[in-house]
Design a protein around this ligand. Structure first.
Ligand code: FES
Length: 272
């Protein structure tokens, strides 16, 4: 397939969004994928021409990042996190079950062209382990059984909703979004939920607050408890400015003590 003029215009539009045009390469490659189903030779050459780069430079980027594919993808990209935490929580078992069920290996596409399966690295969603992604939308706390149900629904063309994101469209549609063209689904689904917010809820319950900007003191409870057994602190009623000043004084005192220690006064470091 040859890149249409509309795509070339959109590639130039993306390049025009950045003070340094070459900064646009990553989203431009996503747009190429949304049209071609992978990063093609023509896509590489077109990006290089627009950005005044060599094809080798563009190719170097396209082959470095795993989100850029050199073989045509299926209608949906299904990722299974098999990084440490997800793996021990069941990610490895999910991946094995899906390989058997779909009769594909890693980074392969089913015979009907519907699903490309890939084991992926940590997706920064460890609190929902084990996680999967479909076209980069999260599916939290999966099991081998739920994973099989999920891919069967996708293959059947049923409506599928991400756990914390938008309704699933297609890998190509998601690639267009990554290129910077909105699909209107950005507000679907909660941005944060469950385990991600657990720490915040505990902090609110206990009245913990973050230290003032620039202050060295750790989190403390507004009611004077330090949160680690209810010991009263002497700073519960301080203003943020007072707390910061106290932290600075305390740091200065400990630095002075360190400078006056016998090892220092005798020049007694052991660095040599
Ligand atoms: S290990 Fe799977 S999201 Fe972090």
């Amino acid at each position: 397939m040859s890149l249409h003029d509309t795509t070339r215009d959109e590639l130039r539009e993306i390049a025009g969004r950045y003070p340094e045009a070459r900064s646009a390469l990553l989203p431009m490659l996503h747009l190429v994928q949304s049209v071609e189903g992978c990063v093609t030779v023509e896509g590489i050459e077109t990006c290089a021409e627009i950005l005044d780069l060599s094809a080798a430079e563009v190719s170097g980027v396209a082959t470095f990042y795993t989100m850029y594919k050199r073989r045509p993808m299926g209608e949906h990209h299904v990722g299974v996190c098999t990084n440490t935490l997800c793996a021990v929580m069941g990610g490895d078992a999910i991946f094995e079950r899906l390989k058997d069920h779909l009769e594909v290996g890693n980074d392969e596409t089913t015979a009907d062209g519907k699903i490309s399966l890939e084991h992926i690295e940590c997706n920064a969603a460890c609190d929902f382990a084990p996680v999967m992604t479909v076209n980069w939308e999260f599916f939290d706390q999966q099991t081998p059984e739920s994973a099989v149900e999920l891919v069967d629904s996708l293959r059947a063309g049923e409506k599928v909703q991400s756990t914390r994101g938008a309704t699933i469209t297609s890998w190509r549609a998601a690639e267009r979004v990554l290129a910077g063209f909105e699909d209107g689904l950005v507000d679907e689904g909660p941005a944060a939920a469950g385990p991600t917010l657990a720490g915040l809820e505990i902090a609110r319950e206990k009245g913990w607050e973050a230290p003032a900007p620039g202050g060295g003191a750790g989190p403390r409870a507004a009611n004077g408890a330090d949160g680690a057994g209810g010991t009263k602190t002497a700073v519960a009623t301080e203003s943020p400015e007072q707390a910061a000043e106290e932290a600075d004084t305390s740091r200065a005192e400990s630095e002075t003590k360190a400078a006056e220690s016998p090892a220092d006064t005798k020049g007694g470091g052991s660095d040599d």
